[in-house]
Design a protein around this ligand. Structure first.
Ligand SMILES: [Zn+2]
Length: 389
């Protein structure tokens, strides 16, 4: 089966659009060359005042509508394989079959829209894949894209939308699985090159460094015939990570290295010491979130939230609560040791178990363990006050 990409304006697509009210389906478009609803298609289901309206809203806002697929029956006869709902919605709108609510609360059909909005809709472009092949092949393929579905992922779609010299060069760099660098990159970047996930990461990193998203970056560079900025930035990030961390751990894969590079690349690190710390933290049974270890180290080993230190279990909390409460009652003081030391009315208050939280007497970062010996129950207020120090 062959497939080729083509662009049409809405104006071309809806030329000669006919909608059959009785059968509830869009019939023809493209000056009669396009059959919108071949027999094997499901019926038009977007006429719900939501999905049909969303299609038109997307056009007015300049959002891409996604790929459309045509089947070439002959050289100038086509059928819609995928995109029937979208095309019918557009055709019905421009023939005044439904209305939109505008920003002032007025309902407009196509004819009552301002001329610039009409033009915006008519000039919008649809990206269409023309497919050629045996009927059985086409139907098989149609089933694959729609049902079993390997739907195009976000980067594959962007590559189609912004197709051109830049995308061609970028794909050559980031989507070949036999690229010798892939082995190294795979320690830090998730996904597979074939599904464009390396390209997606490379674009995200360079775009974010400018405060952009990758869509904007691709739009800006669409007609460039160089990808040197993209490559240089990506290599800088990878070189930086592999320079700071000599060890390669599986939890490093897929971290936001672009963001971490932007935040920390101007700081200097002693790689020997970093490596020692990584090994120490990997051996620490109280750390639940190992992929937080790298940012924790980069940030100067202060933000323990990144590591999700193991918390006390219910049995420990209950036994510590019982011991503290029994002693407090015997002495006529509060079972929160901090309340007991204070001079408010709370200094004799006995809190319920559910009103208290478990606290590390000696903090984890100072070597404190997560067991009964290092656990005390505090009232919520004092636990929070201690946690914030
Ligand atoms: Zn208290």
């Amino acid at each position: 089966m062959k497939a080729s990409l083509k662009k049409y304006t809405i104006k071309e697509i809806v030329n000669g659009f006919i909608y059959n009210e009785f059968e509830g389906k869009g019939l023809f478009g493209l000056s009669g060359k396009l059959t919108i609803q071949p027999e094997y298609q499901r019926n038009y289901i977007y006429a719900d005042g939501k999905r049909d309206v969303a299609v038109i809203d997307s056009l007015l806002k300049g959002y891409p509508l996604g790929l459309i697929y045509f089947n070439n029956v002959t050289d100038d006869k086509f059928e819609v394989l995928d995109g029937q709902q979208r095309i019918t919605s557009i055709g019905r709108f421009v023939t005044n079959k439904f209305t939109l609510l505008d920003e002032n609360g007025y309902r407009n059909n196509f004819s009552s829209l301002s001329l610039d909005k009409q033009k915006k809709i008519m000039d919008s472009e649809l990206l269409v894949y023309h497919c050629e092949g045996e009927e059985s092949e086409i139907k098989e393929w149609f089933k694959t894209i729609n049902i079993a579905g390997i739907p195009l992922n976000d980067q594959e779609l962007l590559n189609a939308i912004y197709s051109g010299e830049f995308v061609t060069l970028a794909k050559a760099e980031y989507s070949k699985s036999n690229n010798a660098d892939i082995q190294k990159w795979s320690h830090y970047v998730k996904g597979t090159p074939l599904r464009q996930e390396y390209l997606s990461t490379a674009l995200t990193w360079v775009a974010n460094s400018k405060g952009w998203n990758k869509d904007k970056y691709m739009a800006e560079h669409r007609h460039n015939n160089s990808i040197s900025e993209l490559k240089t930035y990506f290599n800088s990030v990878i070189d930086w990570v592999s320079g700071v961390f000599n060890d390669v751990e599986k939890e490093m894969c897929g971290l936001e290295w672009g963001r971490l590079y932007e935040t920390y690349h101007t700081q200097s690190y002693d790689t020997e010491k970093v490596s020692e710390t990584v090994r120490k933290l990997y051996g620490d049974p109280y750390i639940k979130k190992r992929n937080g270890i790298f940012e924790y180290i980069l940030g100067g080993e202060t933000d323990t939230k990144l590591l999700e230190i193991r918390i006390f279990d219910e049995a420990t909390k209950q036994s510590v609560y019982k011991k503290q409460t029994d002693e407090a009652k015997a002495n006529g003081i509060s079972n929160c040791p901090y309340c007991a030391m204070g001079d408010t009315a709370n200094n004799t208050k006995i809190w319920g178990l559910k009103e208290m939280d478990a606290d590390h007497v000696t903090a984890w970062s100072k070597g404190g363990t997560t067991d009964t010996r290092n656990c005390q129950m505090l009232c919520r207020v004092h636990n929070q006050a201690k946690g914030n120090k």
